[in-house]
Design a protein around this ligand. Sequence first.
Ligand SMILES: *Cc1c(COP(=O)(O)O)cnc(C)c1O
Length: 476
Amino acid sequence: MSDVSGSELRALMARVPSVEKVMASAEFAALLAEYGRTQVLGAVREALDRWRAGAQSGDASVSALDVARLKSAVEAALRQRNESRLRSVFNLTGTVLHTNLGRALLPDEAVQAVMKALTQPANLEFDLSTGKRGDRDDLIDELICELTGAEAATVVNNNAAAVLLTLSALASKKEVIVSRGELVEIGGAFRIPDIMSRAGAKLREVGTTNRTHLKDYEEAIGPQTALLMKVHASNYAISGFTKEVGLDEIAPLAHARGLAVAVDLGSGTLVDLSQWGLPRETTVRETVEAGADLVTFSGDKLLGGPQAGLIVGRRDLIAKIKKHPLKRALRVGKLTLAALEPVLQLYRAPERLTERLTTLRLLTRAADDIRIAAERVQPALQHAVGERYAVTAEPMFSQIGSGALPVDVLPSYGLVVRMADGKRGGRQLLALEKMLREMARPVIGRIADDALRLDLRCLEAADEAHLIEQLKGARA
Ligand SMILES: *Cc1c(COP(=O)(O)O)cnc(C)c1O
């Protein structure tokens, strides 16, 4: 800080170009063409205000302001302001379906369909055979029924919406029986008891946390009962002395009493994952066949599609759900439907799924293939982090994510960064994690056991080349 004398300040101020002159200058013509007058004018005024405030406070770094310097300041400000806040990242967390990183990545077929839906009018709610108004569910419900064996289907914004709508339409002011072992909380405020009360239904808990018997359900059924419900314990496992009542027992009980069973499957896979060596999950079709009257599941978890909530089941119940006013509020847009249809179509050729469905391709990627990728990326990462850190390619375990099969892990490979001197380096590792996270395309890993770990399962070829290039241009 040095004091600018009064006369110096006045001299500097006198030389500041007027806003009109700046806006009319040749230097600003390109900026005006790109950003428009309103934004440029605002940015110019801000830059001038900043400059004046600096000059008045006697900031030594403030010197005479000319149009060229003003232009570079304004251009930088406008570029930063107009940068998209939603940015592509490298998901090297090892969690394939990472909720905070956008869950499932869509296959090409879905991307093409979304592009079309974005730029061309479509028969979203228009029946092309009659020329009359149509129903957007008609575009996709047959396909969903074909793949799940259900009688009818509908689609809403996400699975939380699917559960809320189902309960609102079928159990408002009535009781829903749920085992205490299934009162789950999914990340981000989805809790079965809360959803239940939002839907105006009364939760009737039965059994205990670890053990629930068929007779617990039996004894809880009364005149107020609307539904028996089962919820997939997505993100936890109860082990030890446990007893859960299967759908094969609950469904006959419910049906004998004239009641329906709803199952919140959470991830809801359409194929038996164990055929590819992945942990087994009950499929939607198996759930329908075991007697569920309604099944709800997510579109962007194991299904590998866009964010959506699918409801499948008995025709009369789906019809009731579709008539509820909340259906209109929770309905999906055309982009979702456009993306969902081609994803579902891929399931018609299950033998090609691991190649064509991105989520499944990532989940089934062989550890050996990931190891080779890790060895290719290692030199670039070592270069980027510098000699204070040591980068090695090591085996590790990926997770499926999104509450699917929480206890299972997939053998994977990745890069592990430790302090080269063998110290623990808590602060330095945090600094490194931050540096990677602040790159042009942020690199998201995780710190565990005194090391920064980058699991390369989700780094496919094009991204690998991009990452290597980005790392080569960086230096800690
Ligand atoms: C994930 C999950 C939900 C919420 O699904 P969203 O599609 O994220 O809304 C609900 N129930 C269960 C059991 C889940 O696993």
